[in-house]
Design a protein around this ligand. Structure first.
Ligand SMILES: Cc1ncc(COP(=O)(O)O)c(C=O)c1O
Length: 413
């Protein structure tokens, strides 16, 4: 509860009660000067770590020149360079960009673009997905009903298709079952001719860091092609190096029509981008989208500096290697305790799923109190601990986090 006399909203659910004063790299420092190893990266947003010097410098220099250069009124000199850099690092199909300020607006905008380009009105999403907290993106989200409770009814035209159960023993059969569910949805709820877009997370985020199976993605892409539906990849959490590739969709033989990016794109500065095929943008009616802050120059500067860091030679190799170090270490710890049911992930988007929520929560609490390691839970049943350190994490920092986790496992078993 917010303390008496506070004028601050009480709505934020708190992972810790830390009052932080500053951050650097993988650490945050509280107001008493205590350092904490932050393996949340502010929910996978501080990609280059807290206050990376290159990002700070770019923001400071840009603030001296222009805080706000509204994109309808004039064109500032970072818009085109940022679009160019994004075209270099996104999949080949994506070559045209619109900028906004947050993840959920990026998703909303992607849906608007899809409807406008296809002249269709329905959208398909998947069971357990999370796409945001605006009315439309809540309608698209089904990771936890507690997030939706009290806010409905939601905008119509959103259809939820089955997602394969990651724990099914026969994955091939499970993926076929989920794809048959999608086909059935086409037969019983919305004709494919009325579907503008299928929106998919290449790694499911809030439901508990579940990599979307390759055969499932391929099956969806085939149906998009067959029916003229746009394939929208939500890479808000999985993008910008998080999985060891610049974008998680690169691991698949699929060319998305639209790509949503946020969080890591500007190291946590509120900034987001929607990438699309030029042919889609060509149909976007001029003047039908704008926004006072969309394309903000400080956000563009932060994004350009972030991309510079992420594309340094060896950067993504380090993400891959640290991810392997982390997963291997966690799998070793699985031997300690039957309660640690699953270890999974890609790069530095890693999940440890426990048998109960109580156990996961008590481990997170122990890590914080005894070893000053910040972790957080995820998942529909809140029994998954997710590991999403800043992408600059070192071998020693992974080792320290693993030893704190091992101590917590022992103390809570
Ligand atoms: C895949 C995905 N899409 C959209 C969102 C919404 O992001 P935000 O909460 O920053 O609006 C999230 C947040 O976790 C996400 O993981």
């Amino acid at each position: 509860m917010t303390s008496a006399g506070s004028h601050l909203s009480n709505v934020w659910a708190k992972t810790t009660d830390l009052q932080v004063a500053s951050g650097h790299g993988c650490y945050v420092v509280d107001i008493n000067g205590n350092e904490y190893l932050d393996f949340t990266a502010g929910i996978a947003a501080a990609s280059t770590g807290h206050s990376h010097p290159k990002v700070v410098k770019a923001i400071a220099e840009q603030a001296e020149r222009f805080v706000h250069a509204q994109a309808n009124v004039y064109t500032h000199d970072l818009l085109e360079p940022l679009a160019g850099r994004l075209a270099d690092i996104t999949p080949d199909s994506i070559d045209t960009f619109f900028f906004t300020t947050s993840s959920d607006v990026a998703l909303e905008t992607a849906v608007k673009i899809s409807k406008h380009a296809t002249r269709r009105h329905n959208v398909i999403v998947f069971d357990g997905a999370f796409h945001g907290r605006t009315h439309l993106t809540m309608a698209m989200s089904s990771s936890r009903s507690i997030d939706r409770k009290g806010y409905g009814p939601f905008p119509p035209g959103i259809f939820v298709a089955p997602f394969p159960d990651p724990h099914a023993s026969d994955q091939e059969a499970e993926i076929s079952r989920a794809l048959r569910g999608l086909d059935r949805l086409f037969m019983t709820q919305t004709d494919p001719d009325e579907v503008a877009a299928i929106v998919l997370e290449p790694v499911i985020s809030e439901r508990g860091y579940i990599p979307t199976p390759a055969a499932f993605i391929a099956g969806i892409a085939a149906r998009c092609q067959e029916y003229g539906i746009l394939f929208v990849a939500d890479e808000v959490q999985s993008g910008f190096g998080r999985t060891g590739k610049m974008f998680a969709i690169e691991s698949h033989d699929v060319e998305p029509d639209i790509l949503c990016m946020a969080k890591g794109i500007a190291s946590g500065f509120p900034f987001a981008a929607i990438g699309m095929r030029r042919s889609i943008d060509d149909q976007w009616r001029k003047g039908s989208q704008g926004g006072s802050s969309n394309g903000n120059p400080i956000g563009c500067a932060a994004a350009l500096a972030t991309i510079e860091v992420l594309t340094e030679p060896g950067f993504l190799d380090n993400v891959h290697s640290r991810g392997t170090q982390l997963i291997d270490g966690l799998r070793d710890l699985q031997q300690l305790d039957d309660g640690l049911r699953h270890v999974r992930g890609r790069g530095l988007m890693v999940a440890t799923e426990f048998d109960t929520s109580e156990r996961a929560v008590s481990i997170v609490e122990h890590c914080l109190k005894e070893n000053q390691l910040i972790l957080m839970t995820a998942g529909t049943r809140n029994r998954t601990i997710r590991w999403m350190p800043p992408l600059v994490v070192t071998t020693d920092e992974i080792r320290d986090a693993l030893s704190a986790f091992a101590a917590a496992i022992r103390a809570t078993s």
